[in-house]
Ligand binder design. Structure first.
Ligand SMILES: *[C@@H]1O[C@H](CO)[C@@H](O)[C@H](O)[C@H]1NC(C)=O
Ligand SMILES: *[C@@H]1O[C@H](CO)[C@@H](O)[C@H](O)[C@H]1NC(C)=O
Ligand SMILES: *[C@@H]1O[C@H](CO)[C@@H](O)[C@H](O)[C@H]1NC(C)=O
Ligand SMILES: *[C@@H]1O[C@H](CO)[C@@H](O)[C@H](O)[C@H]1NC(C)=O
Ligand SMILES: *[C@@H]1O[C@H](CO)[C@@H](O)[C@H](O)[C@H]1NC(C)=O
Ligand SMILES: *[C@@H]1O[C@H](CO)[C@@H](O)[C@H](O)[C@H]1NC(C)=O
Ligand SMILES: *[C@@H]1O[C@H](CO)[C@@H](O)[C@H](O)[C@H]1NC(C)=O
Ligand SMILES: *[C@@H]1O[C@H](CO)[C@@H](O)[C@H](O)[C@H]1NC(C)=O
Ligand SMILES: *[C@@H]1O[C@H](CO)[C@@H](O)[C@H](O)[C@H]1NC(C)=O
Length: 843
């Protein structure tokens, strides 16, 4: 029974089909060509391609009553228009005629009118004048205009002037010989095939890419061609369905695709909502099914995270972060952490950012056949190169892309799509990352070491668990996870303070408040070391036994938390045997603290200005201290990665370690407090009276030469054991500098030497004299006369002729304030000698 029904049905279908064919043949034609004598008119007549795949004729889209000439899939019941001739010039009645005109062009006009509504803008070659042209609809969906000869060379083809749809084997992109660019452009709406706002086109700059534009604004890009496909369209290139290819040579830069399943209808459409969509028409469903769409998510939006940003979609949240070496400024723009200048020196390198859609390659330079190492070298050797990557995702085929300038539109693919981008970073960043990722990098460097990796990871996990466990057991107080992590890390990196400058790394410079509270016994009075320029200083001990000094900073700094953190990160990287090591900071709401290495022997002033303790410092030790300070300052000025002017160099800022080696502290504070603005507003410099150079004290001008001045004062204080401003021998208004100058002019310099050093026989007089002379050189009135720290270090270390100093500044204590000190001298009161006139107090 069922069998009979089936055959009846089949028969009926067959019958209907035959009837339809018959009707079609009768009332029009299923011819596939337009000739001079056979035009297409708007009366139901259509051209049908030989294999009955496509049809050409007049139609009205959607609700529209306008008439257009178009090509559509003949077999798909839905009216699937893939090409429109007169998209922007509809005809409003049924009198349209598509014909070959006297010049051999294909033209659309209204019956009985000569004016063209649309035409192929080709000139038919005159040599073939006598052979007429015909237009033929092919089974590919291409309408071609050709001479009616055997060769059927296309004089014009609809594939070169696409509407919104790309068909299999149709090229998109540039014909470099004619300049023709085949672009897909959306319809205005479902009812209006007019030229819409969205276009999908080939950008041949750099490494070719396809761009979806809204008007002239890039909206989404396909990514570069990685050899297998467009790198940024995982959703559009289902390789089990399509074969997508790129031709990139001197003739053309074009892409095309074909369907791997024979007979499967398929289109690629730019729809009016700004989406590039791929459809297939499987016969058993008898409807169009969308199999891919782009842009896929918000991270696909071109330049979503700005230049040097990278977009990541994590559980529906769009996350914009900066590429390595950059950070967001207050306006959320990724900026270089240390400015562009730092990118072009020794020590710069690359950080690998895995699993990304590499940034816009329009500005990239492509070199074929280069190995990854050669690619890296190429980028390294050009200061303007900001990143490199392999052309193919697996970095196997050779082929290199170098970016210059901004890196735009990088996105992260979580699922292993994408490839690695190698971003150029400066030395500081590299150092930092190298150390924080050392373990990781070491473990994951090579596939060969996979086994080691697994074992290593297990061991590491175990160790970390063990440490965390111990920490929890030892310290129930530190409840926050971060605290445990910090402490666990401190234990793991216990040795780091001893590392030298090259290898040292400020591991985890941010401490939880609870860690600091625990370390300082809740800032107990017993732990209080003294009062610093910005607030009290406390001694503390971390859980791992490391002794620290915690410098609290008053709340009024205007610097933002992020800036402050960055500054701490930078300062923490400065490491020198004559600088106090900054471990990090702690920020809790408005409270800020700097965590330093603890110096058991307090500061230099504690010794040199104390009757008893100064005797512990013989000339040898003092000379070492003078040289050590000079080296520390030189490092700040010149040898460190940042040029730092201390601006508050004084005896109380020179700390002594257990072996009485000098270590300069508080460097970078002026920087950290961003006081330039305050200074400009108040004309009140940061610094300490008695150590300030005249240009700094009076005009707020500071340079390395103002530090040199302070250094000179300090050197004379170390030699004499007297404070510059407390000093008055004969005249109550003469300071130490003035006294030293007087003695120098009288040739009695050695009279200034601390009596606790004994008489001339007990110290090398020539060395002391040289030091006094260098000290006087440093305190000369004119900044330009003063030597640089490099020259100071050189003169201290070598038996060279030291130039004669000119008159120093501030011989009489006429400084800044109009107030009078106790001794009746106009100038800085002696009582404020050691008080830092900080930016904070100035506010
Ligand atoms: C069809 O419309 C055109 C203008 O688009 C007009 O010139 C022509 O006369 C119209 N023909 C008929 C038959 O209405
Ligand atoms: C076609 O020929 C005419 C006249 O010879 C010329 O003005 C026009 O620019 C040509 N068009 C093209 C597309 O070559
Ligand atoms: C074209 O055909 C005409 C007659 O139809 C003839 O006179 C002329 O010579 C032919 N021209 C060429 C180039 O063959
Ligand atoms: C095209 O974009 C412009 C502004 O970008 C908008 O005003 C216009 O409506 C858009 N047109 C279409 C057809 O969407
Ligand atoms: C490709 O398409 C086939 C058939 O629609 C589907 O089964 C397969 O999951 C798709 N693959 C990808 C990677 O999208
Ligand atoms: C894909 O296309 C390229 C070039 O058109 C061709 O060489 C290749 O064989 C095709 N691959 C498949 C799987 O059809
Ligand atoms: C574009 O495609 C989307 C998804 O298929 C659809 O919702 C939207 O209506 C389309 N827009 C237009 C203008 O056709
Ligand atoms: C952030 O950086 C951008 C680009 O350099 C700059 O235009 C902007 O003014 C900066 N914003 C702030 C708050 O510094
Ligand atoms: C570095 O790259 C830029 C941009 O491509 C180029 O103009 C410049 O010549 C290159 N410099 C060197 C030294 O190769």
């Amino acid at each position: 029974m069922a069998m009979i029904m089936y055959f009846v049905k089949r028969f009926l279908l067959l019958f209907l089909h035959t009837l339809l064919q018959f009707l079609l043949l009768r009332c029009g034609t299923s011819l596939d060509t337009i000739t001079v004598s056979e035009p297409v008119t708007d009366d139901g007549k259509v051209l049908v391609s030989p294999g009955k795949t496509f049809a050409l004729g007049f139609f009205s889209p959607g609700m529209s009553t306008h008439r257009y000439v178009g090509i559509w899939y003949y077999t798909a019941p839905e009216h699937t228009v893939v090409w429109v001739a007169n998209r922007d010039n509809p005809i409003n009645n049924n009198s349209g005629v598509l014909s070959i005109d006297a010049h051999g062009k294909l033209v659309l006009r209204v019956k009985d009118q000569s004016q063209h509504i649309w035409s192929t803008d080709t000139n038919v070659s005159k040599s073939n004048n006598n052979i007429s042209t015909i237009a033929q609809l092919l089974d590919s969906g291409n309408l071609i205009l050709t001479h009616d000869d055997e060769r059927k060379m296309a004089l014009w083809q609809s594939f070169d002037y696409p509407t919104d749809t790309s068909l299999p084997n149709m090229k998109l992109g540039l014909d470099q010989r004619t300049g023709l660019n085949r672009v897909l452009t959306s319809w205005k709406s479902k009812d209006d095939p007019g030229t819409g706002n969205w276009s999908y086109k080939m950008d041949s700059n750099g490494s070719p890419q396809l761009f979806l534009y809204q008007g002239k604004v890039p909206w989404w890009r396909s990514g570069h061609w990685n050899g297998d496909g467009w790198s940024g369209i995982p959703t559009l290139q289902n390789t089990s369905l399509f074969n997508i290819s790129l031709v990139d040579n001197e003739n053309e830069i074009t892409t095309s695709w074909e369907v791997l399943t024979p007979g499967l209808l398929s289109t690629l459409v730019v729809n009016g909502s700004g989406l590039v969509q791929r459809y297939v028409y499987p016969e058993r469903y008898s409807k169009w099914i969308m199999v891919g769409e782009a842009p896929f998510d918000e991270c696909d939006k071109y330049g979503k995270c700005g230049a040097f940003g990278k977009c990541n979609k994590v559980s529906n949240e769009v996350e914009c972060s900066c590429l390595p070496g950059l950070q967001k400024n207050a306006s959320g723009v990724c900026v270089r952490k240390r400015g562009a200048a730092s990118m072009c020196g020794s020590g710069v390198g690359f950080v690998k950012v895995p699993n990304v859609k590499v940034p816009d390659t329009s500005a990239a330079r492509v070199k074929t056949g280069l190995s990854m190492e050669a690619c890296r070298q190429l980028c390294l050797n050009n200061c303007s190169c900001t990143a490199y990557a392999s052309v193919d995702a697996r970095e196997e085929k050779g082929g290199c892309m170098n970016w210059n300038g901004d890196l735009i539109d990088t996105r992260v693919y979580g699922d292993g799509n994408g490839q690695s981008l190698y971003v150029r970073v400066d030395a500081v960043e590299l150092d930092d990352l190298y150390h924080s990722r050392k373990t990781e990098a070491g473990f994951f460097a090579s596939k060969k070491r996979l086994a080691i990796t697994v074992v290593g990871m297990l061991v590491t996990s175990f160790l970390i668990l063990l440490v965390v466990h111990l920490v929890i057991k030892r310290k129930r107080k530190g409840s926050a996870n971060q605290t445990m992590f910090n402490e666990a890390s401190s234990i793991l990196f216990k040795d780091s303070p001893k590392l030298d400058e090259r290898r040292g790394k400020p591991d985890l410079p941010f401490f939880e408040l609870s860690t600091v509270v625990a370390a300082t016994d809740n800032f107990s009075a017993a732990n209080r070391l003294g009062q610093g320029g910005f607030g009290p200083v406390y001694k503390g001990q971390l859980a791992n036994g490391q002794e620290i000094a915690v410098k609290t900073l008053s709340k009024s700094s205007r610097q933002g938390t992020e800036e402050f953190k960055n500054e701490v990160l930078l300062i923490a990287k400065l490491q020198h045997r004559n600088l106090v090591r900054l471990f990090g900071c702690s920020i809790h709401k408005e409270e800020r603290m700097l965590i330093y290495e603890y110096m058991p022997n307090k500061s230099l002033d504690f010794f040199i200005f104390d009757e008893i303790r100064r005797q512990l410092l013989d000339w040898r030790k003092r000379f070492e201290i003078i040289v050590g300070i000079a080296r520390g300052v030189l490092y700040l000025h010149q040898d460190s990665r940042l040029k730092i002017i201390h601006r508050d160099l004084k005896a109380s800022n020179v700390l002594l370690d257990a072996a009485m080696n000098p270590k300069i502290s508080d460097f970078g504070l002026a920087r950290m407090f961003g006081d330039d603005q305050i200074e400009a507003n108040t004309n009140r410099p940061v610094g300490t009276y008695g150590y300030m150079s005249p240009e700094y004290a009076m005009e707020g001008l500071y340079s390395t030469k103002s530090d040199v001045f302070s250094y000179g004062v300090l050197a004379l204080e170390i030699i004499s054991g007297k404070r510059n401003n407390h000093f008055h021998v004969g005249s109550p208004c003469l300071n130490l500098i003035g006294h030293a100058w007087d003695l120098w002019t009288e040739g009695k310099s050695l009279d200034i030497v601390d009596s606790s050093l004994g008489d001339e026989a007990s110290y090398p007089a020539h060395e002391v004299l040289r030091c006094i002379q260098i000290g006087l050189l440093c305190v000369q009135e004119q900044a330009t006369d003063r030597p640089s720290m490099l020259e100071v270090v050189f003169m201290l270390g070598n038996e060279v002729n030291v130039p004669s100093p000119n008159k120093p500044a501030f011989i009489n204590r006429r400084i800044i304030d109009s107030g009078q000190d106790a001794s009746g001298c106009a100038g800085a009161p002696a009582s404020v000698n050691d008080i830092t006139i900080s930016a904070l107090e100035a506010r």
